[in-house]
Design a protein around this ligand. Structure first.
Ligand code: NDP
Length: 435
């Protein structure tokens, strides 16, 4: 706290892990007295750099670029890049810290990292985004590589941005390698990667429901966000027979009591991915829906909630409202969307609650599969990748049960994910000595 006191999101993420991992360390001789957690909370490297670029009017702008290389004990650093005006060292350190545990949970050999910039892609032309991405990569390319650090997308970084970033890396290094994941299918991308985080979140929710002999079919589902994760989480809910009734963006949410079917979801995908519009347009197009400006969807009655937008979007009051309205399962598609008060409320009510580091790990797991395909110079079919994704999500679920089951039979998935993720990284760190 003394060293990182000015970084609230990072402290929040570390505290959540410490609450469950410190008692485990105390009980396990091999980890005791080795200051493992103290070593884990200090990034191996934190890079910050100037990104200067020119807009369409010829004006010069300066943004700050970052890469947090958090932990490489079990593999090359791996984690997304976020472009959003709120980006700062605290947010990226929280994301990189969570990423270490998440990547460990996937069972694939990937360390943890995260990066990005306070650049705001909203309202920028394609050319401006390209010039920014190129400028960003001219510095980042010195610090990454297929065996060193492999970035991917996150908020504000999708297929378009990955393309521009990859193009500049290839030009500067004169090599075609799997240095980024989330690439286009014709140039090294993996099938199912765009869908993977959202699909994986729903596979995880399905595994949780199964422990109570329930499933997604017939469930009413509240989703927040309308970006990559929200879109494909919604698609998978529909495929499994559930009904999605909300979506949101940073301006507000829409509630469609008739349900967002596949045709309506395709409208949202085009709206958000191609036209880069606002979710309010959904209510203009579909009269069955109502738009709630400046609000979040947590007052809507549901069986399952999937927060898929951003950190701390679901607070204690929102959790209370979800519980009062009958919600039995919450699976985080976003990273740390629930505040500590919300998490405690879900645990007190003993409902099914999955933290993002477990339930949204499908994205990075499929990125790991993209890295394998790049190394082998092969391309697996959609079905093959989806099968592997499903198997990984089930494995993560089993690990959470193994370490998170409490005496009364309730599974604390937060505890399970934290300890399962910790053990593998800690063992590798111990084996490699004090470095
Ligand atoms: P996108 O940029 O595709 O979508 C983000 C969505 O969240 C948009 O609807 C956006 O609204 C909304 N949003 C962003 N910031 C805020 C905010 N401050 N308040 C309210 N709404 C906000 O990002 P992704 O879907 O990729 O990421 C969503 C979450 O999932 C993030 O937490 C990310 O870290 C996490 N995640 C993503 C993975 C991936 O593979 N993409 C993997 C694992 C986790 P608007 O359009 O108004 O900006």
């Amino acid at each position: 706290k003394v060293r990182n006191g000015h970084e609230p999101e990072f402290i929040q993420a570390v505290q959540e892990v410490a609450e469950t991992v410190i008692p485990y360390i105390a009980k396990n001789e091999i980890y005791n007295g080795k200051n493992i957690l103290l070593r884990m909370v200090e990034p191996e490297r934190l890079l910050s750099f100037r990104v200067a670029w020119v807009d369409d009017e010829g004006e010069i702008h300066v943004n700050r670029g970052y890469r947090v290389q958090m932990n490489s004990a079990i593999g090359p650093y791996k984690g997304g890049l976020r472009f959003h005006p709120s980006v700062n060292a605290s947010i990226l350190k929280f994301l990189a810290f969570e990423q270490v545990f998440k990547n460990s949970l996937t069972t694939l050999p990937m360390g943890g990292g995260k990066g990005g910039s306070d650049f705001d892609p909203k309202g920028k032309s394609d050319d401006e985004v390209m010039r920014f991405c190129h400028a960003f990569m001219t510095e980042l390319c010195r610090h990454i590589g297929p065996n060193t650090d492999v970035p991917a997308g996150d908020i504000g970084v999708g297929a378009r941005e990955i393309g521009f970033l990859f193009g500049m890396y290839k030009k500067l290094r004169n090599e075609f390698t799997g240095v980024l994941t989330g690439k286009g299918l014709s140039w090294g991308g993996s099938k199912i990667r765009p869908e993977a985080t959202g699909y994986g979140t729903v596979y995880f929710a399905q595994s949780m429901l199964k422990t109570q002999n329930k499933d997604m079919s017939g469930k009413t589902v509240v989703v927040s966000g309308s970006g990559n994760v929200a879109q494909f989480a919604s698609e998978k809910v529909l495929q499994l027979g559930g009904k999605v009734v909300t979506l949101s963006d940073s301006s507000g949410y829409i509630h469609d009591p008739e349900g967002i079917d596949m045709e309506k979801l395709e409208f949202v995908m085009d709206l958000k991915n191609n036209r880069r519009g606002r979710i309010s347009e959904y209510a203009e197009k579909y009269p069955s829906a109502k738009y709630f400006k400046g609000e979040k969807p947590w007052n809507v009655s549901c069986d399952v909630a999937l927060p898929c937008a951003t950190q701390n979007e679901l607070d204690g009051d929102a959790a209370k409202s979800l519980l009062e309205n009958g919600c039995i399962c919450v699976a985080e598609g976003a990273n740390m969307p629930s505040t500590p008060e919300a998490v405690h409320a879900f645990h007190d009510a003993k409902i099914l609650f999955a933290p993002g580091k477990a339930s949204n790990a499908g994205g990075v797991a499929t990125s790991g599969l993209e890295m394998s395909q790049n190394s082998l110079r092969i391309s697996w079919t959609r079905e093959e990748v989806d099968e592997r994704l499903k198997a990984i999500m089930e494995d993560i679920h089993d690990s959470c049960i193994e370490y998170g089951k409490e005496e009364d039979g309730y599974c604390n998935y937060v505890k399970g994910a934290n300890i399962a993720g910790f053990v593998k990284v800690a063992d590798a760190m111990l084996a490699q000595g004090v470095i």
